[in-house]
Design a protein around this ligand. Structure first.
Ligand code: FMN
Length: 160
């Protein structure tokens, strides 16, 4: 059966990611994201789609830096909060653990076991969301999720 092409029929399930960023005046923010994808392996690149109305959109467009954090199931309460409240209205990271990224100027969410530091290389505006293309500058992974060969053991991580 054909169904309507409407604004609720996007592909599911979606990955759950949290994008964190830091404004030019040093204010940290993060939002929940479902529209995210790998787009290249050499160099490693990731696309995140963010509506222009989000506070994170304003920050990333200006600073050209963001971190992709992958949460586990036990981070659901925080994920839902970051996905329902805007940094325009609240300081969202006050009770969430962060540390500074190594290569870019942005916070990393330390309770998320995998984090990709990204520098923005391009933005496309095909519709409701703007596509931010990030080049991965550094990847962090909790030691307990690494294989002996030092790659990520995805099967061990209980991703949200
Ligand atoms: C499961 C889930 C997925 C979401 N995916 C996106 C997304 O892909 N792009 C987007 O712009 N907003 C998405 N949102 C909404 C933002 O996370 C939400 O509007 C957030 O409050 C924006 O925060 P900010 O204004 O501080 O950036 C999602 C929310 C949830 C709960």
């Amino acid at each position: 059966m054909k169904i309507d092409v409407d604004d609720s029929n996007w592909i599911r399930p979606m990955p759950n990611a949290i994008i964190s960023c830091r404004s030019k005046d040093g204010h940290d923010n993060a939002l929940a994201i479902g529209f995210i994808s790998n787009i290249a392996t050499d160099p490693l690149m990731i696309m995140v789609a963010i509506r222009p109305s989000r506070y994170s959109h304003e920050i990333i467009k200006e600073t050209k830096n963001f971190v992709v954090n992958l949460p586990t199931k036990d981070f659901k309460r925080e994920f839902d909060y970051l996905g329902s409240v805007s940094g325009y209205d609240e300081d969202k990271l006050t009770s969430i653990n962060t540390t500074d990224a190594d290569v870019i100027n942005a916070p990393i969410l330390t309770d998320c076991p995998i984090n990709y530091e990204c520098s923005l290389i391009d933005v496309y505006s095909p519709g409701s969301h703007d596509l931010f293309i990030g080049k991965v500058e550094k990847v962090h992974c909790d030691d307990k999720y690494l294989t002996k060969e030092k790659s990520v053991n995805w099967e061990k991580i209980d991703l949200l």
